[in-house]
Design a protein around this ligand. Structure first.
Ligand SMILES: N[C@@H](CCC(=O)N[C@@H](CS)C(=O)NCC(=O)O)C(=O)O
Length: 307
């Protein structure tokens, strides 16, 4: 058992957070919830992440995991019971995130915000414009609804086809593939009126959605952002030093680097490498309030640069 609680910094409506809540449910884990604001500022979270501002992040003591890919990897390593990848499917469920988190998600975001249109609060639009460094153009999204419906249907049709032989889950047994694929369906379902009609032609997806909901979220306790920050300040990061002799750029523990998402929200987090591999990089940083912190990132979808 981990000596520190699993603290998820998230907000209820966040589809990426739903992936992690479902992983907690599947693994029947007890976890601690910290609700972050949907928009910046997040003054008690930034000392932990070093500026990374996407949602969610997982905190285990003074180790902070940024991005669902690395959060799920860590949960799988610490809690291998009820695995996220069934036998014979160790790689593909991870790779599927590049479909669900990017192409399918962008399609879903455009569909949801195009449909909500006038109801999207101005402060949210401004926050996401700062994040993307580009206009969050709700009118353009509204104009593109017909095309977004076509694309959404194509994505959902893949899920329906995969379930076509009557299997309960995409790979036979429950897996991360289900979590990844479901994220966008959950998001659209929660935000779009008439969604059930849209899924009318997809009976297997409709039944699968009900099974996904039944996975649940594990056992949740709530604390405040301030309490979480205090727990980190009192803890010591537990990540061991791990070198990667095959690192293609010769990076090694002790090197100073910055790590930045390569899609949007391109805030660089800077620190000293503690541990790295093909799938992760962990960097040590100091913060006045959080003290010694190690921040963990995935490699796919992130840019590592020397500083
Ligand atoms: N690649 C990230 C994407 C996370 C993401 O984009 N989350 C949305 C919320 S669901 C977000 O961060 N929006 C901007 C924000 O909350 O600051 C992951 O897998 O965790």
């Amino acid at each position: 058992m981990t000596p520190h609680p699993l603290i998820l910094h998230h907000f209820e409506a966040s589809p990426f957070s739903e992936k992690i809540r479902l992983a907690f449910g599947h693994k029947k884990l007890a976890w601690t919830s910290v609700i972050t604001s949907r928009i910046m500022p997040r003054p008690d979270l930034m000392p932990l992440t070093g500026g990374y501002r996407r949602t969610p992040t997982l905190q285990i003591g003074a180790d902070i995991y940024c991005d669902t890919q690395i959060i799920l990897r860590e949960l799988e390593a610490r809690f291998p019971q009820a695995p996220l990848c069934p036998d014979g499917h160790a790689g593909v469920p991870w790779a599927l995130a590049m479909w669900s988190d990017r192409s399918f998600f962008q399609n879903s975001v455009n569909l949801v915000f195009g449909t909500l249109a006038d109801k999207v609060p101005q402060d949210f639009i401004e926050d996401r414009e700062r994040l993307r460094g580009a206009k969050f153009d709700v009118a353009a999204m509204r104009a593109a609804i017909p095309q977004m419906k076509d694309q959404f249907r194509a994505h959902v049709d893949w899920i329906e086809t995969q379930l076509g032989d009557g299997r309960p889950w995409l790979l036979g047994a429950f897996s991360l593939a289900d979590i990844n694929a479901y994220m966008n369906v959950w998001y659209a379902q929660g935000n779009l009126g008439g969604f059930t009609e849209m899924l009318g032609g997809f009976p297997r997806v409709t039944a699968w959605t009900a099974r996904m909901k039944a996975v649940g979220h594990g056992t949740r306790t709530d604390i405040s952002p301030q309490d979480a920050l205090e727990l980190a300040a009192k803890a010591t990061p537990l990540s061991p030093v791990i070198a990667d002799p095959d690192d293609p750029n010769g990076r090694k523990p002790g090197d100073m680097v910055s790590v930045t998402p390569d899609d949007y929200g391109k805030v660089a987090v800077t620190g000293e490498i503690v541990s790295l591999s093909a799938q992760h990089i962990a960097i040590r940083r100091k913060d006045e309030r959080a003290r010694d912190i190690v921040v963990h990132f995935p490699r796919a979808g992130f840019i590592v640069s020397s500083v």
